[in-house]
Design a protein around this ligand. Structure first.
Ligand code: KIV
Length: 271
């Protein structure tokens, strides 16, 4: 998509100012050009090219299988559909956990090959050296704490995280570490609302919640869940705004009927 000079782009500074002004940040996932165009045009502040593509696009059970090359494909498709919003791309599992040189190389590939504006990484103290190195290279990093799906086999469940004091204390320390390392925002996933509020108030950078209550500085949902494309996933925190699954099913059923009955195409639908 060509650059429209009239459009005021959302940057990491914009998000910082929004937090300071008490304006909530809206964020949704997208994985392709067409949906990115709809979401950006509708006025979203941030698009996350999430590794949830592994679930909702590729049909895997977890986010672990998606590769860096596949994330680059999704992110470069999204970027072509975006004029205004900030685009954040998940570094996928295996592309940053081994050491900070590999992490930096992965982040550089995302920035160079997709044109995206920033990367997201899961974890706190465990990945802090890599975050520092990536930020030092001039790449904005969004952190991600609480339920971190790339560690699902460590947790063993997608249940609410940090309900106990020890885990809540670690999360608070990690949030401070991420801010000190230069992260521009932090996703807080599936943690008690009270803890998310405390963390949000303690930080100068914005928090973006998913299943973390209304006191985060912004909210994120997976597009396929909120549009009802994927109807099996119905956690308590999800608000479903459409039922695309049912509507698309009806449309396809009608098309099959029209073809079988020779109603489609009619005279005005042919040359
Ligand atoms: O991959 C993703 O969609 C995410 C969101 C759930 C925050 O990380």
């Amino acid at each position: 998509m060509s650059v429209n000079k009239e459009v005021k782009r959302v940057t990491t500074n914009t998000l910082q100012k929004m937090k300071a002004a008490g304006e909530k940040i809206s964020m949704l996932t997208a994985y392709d050009f067409s949906f990115a165009r709809i979401i950006d045009g509708a006025g979203i502040d941030v698009i996350l090219v999430g590794d949830s593509a592994s679930n909702v696009i590729a049909g895997h059970e977890t986010t672990l299988p998606i590769t860096l090359d596949q994330m680059i494909y999704h992110a470069s498709s999204v970027i072509r559909g975006v004029e205004r919003c900030l685009v954040v791309v998940d570094l996928p599992f295996g592309s940053y956990q081994s050491n900070s040189d590999i992490a930096l190389a992965s982040a550089i590939r995302i920035m160079k090959e997709t044109g995206a504006h920033s990367v997201k990484m899961e974890g706190g103290a465990e990945v802090i050296d890599s975050i520092r190195k990536i930020v030092s290279a001039g790449i904005p990093v969004m952190g991600h704490l609480g339920l971190i799906p790339q560690s699902i086999y460590k947790f063993g469940t997608y249940a609410v995280r940090a309900k106990e004091e020890v885990e809540a204390d670690k999360l608070k320390k990690d949030a401070q570490l991420l801010q000190d390392a230069g992260c521009f925002a932090i996703v807080l996933e599936k943690i008690p609302a009270g803890l998310a509020k405390e963390v949000s108030l303690s930080l100068t950078i914005p928090t973006i919640g998913i299943g973390a209550g209304g006191d985060c500085d912004g909210q994120v949902l997976v597009m396929h869940d909120m549009l009802g494309i994927n109807t099996e996933f119905k956690p308590r925190f999800l608000r479903q705004y459409l039922n695309v699954y049912d509507q698309a099913t009806l449309a396809v059923q009608q098309y099959v009927k029209d073809v079988k009955s020779k109603d489609f195409p009619n005279e005005s639908e042919q040359y």
